[in-house]
Design a protein around this ligand. Structure first.
Ligand SMILES: [Zn+2]
Length: 234
């Protein structure tokens, strides 16, 4: 696979992206280059091309913003995802083989690089029709994830939320804290050297704050219903 360096000049990117999912988009334009996308996004007052990659109809793959830069492509998920945009308007067009194959190859590369097991279409996360009704979303998910996690995003229930706020309190054991610590560790956040011990100490506080920052939640270090649901969904 060859990724073309687009040499785009960005204005003031923010770094610290922590990719845990791939989000797919279309450009909603039948014919456009990454330079077009870059200038559209600059004109919106953004840092430049909001996506990390761009795949053209002929199968060429272009680099957008660096992987470790926070994206501008999917509200609430920009700091925990890699955004890939495809040239085309897939509400009216269908994707050809060259583009499909390159997209699949790119997904496989990113998936392995970051150990990602989740792929979403933009419309599954935000209220939009992107990447278009003809976009081969289920097909590419099935082929890229081998059938696992390929369905629609699971409906998240708040079941399991203990009904009270979990807060910093290093002196009290709480099995709900232990549940959250285990989950945080599983998704890549260190909860300190004691590990998942059921005590909400400094390590856990830092992990919760980092998680909240990465997910654009309010950074208060407290696990209420929203933070609980987001952690358990990951
Ligand atoms: Zn989109």
């Amino acid at each position: 696979m060859y990724i073309i360096n687009s040499n785009l000049r960005f204005r003031g990117l923010t770094f610290g992206n922590n990719p845990r999912m791939i989000i797919l988009h279309h450009a909603e334009s039948s014919r456009c280059s990454i330079e077009d996308v870059h200038s559209w996004h600059l004109n919106k007052g953004w840092s430049g091309c909001g996506y990390h990659y761009f795949v053209r109809k002929n199968g060429s793959i272009y680099k957008g913003r660096p992987d470790n830069a926070i994206g501008a492509h999917c509200l609430s998920y920009n700091s925990v995802s890699i955004g890939i945009c495809t040239e085309g308007r897939f509400n009216v067009e269908t994707m050809g083989a060259s583009q499909y194959n390159s997209l699949k190859e790119l997904i496989s590369y990113i998936k392995n690089k970051y150990n990602i097991s989740k792929i979403y279409g933009h419309r599954e996360l935000n209220s939009t029709d992107c990447p278009g009704k003809n976009f081969p979303l289920s097909k590419i998910k099935n082929e890229s994830l081998g059938g696992s996690n390929s369905g629609k995003r699971k409906k998240i229930s708040s079941a399991g939320y203990p009904g009270y706020l979990l807060k910093y309190n290093a002196n009290r054991f709480d099995s709900n804290v232990k549940t959250i610590q285990r989950k945080l560790k599983q998704i890549g956040y260190s909860v300190g050297r004691c590990g998942a011990d059921g005590y909400f100490g400094d390590g856990t506080l830092l992990a919760v704050r980092c998680f909240q920052r990465d997910c654009n939640l309010m950074i208060d270090g407290i696990i209420g219903k929203n933070t609980w649901k987001r952690i358990m969904r990951e």
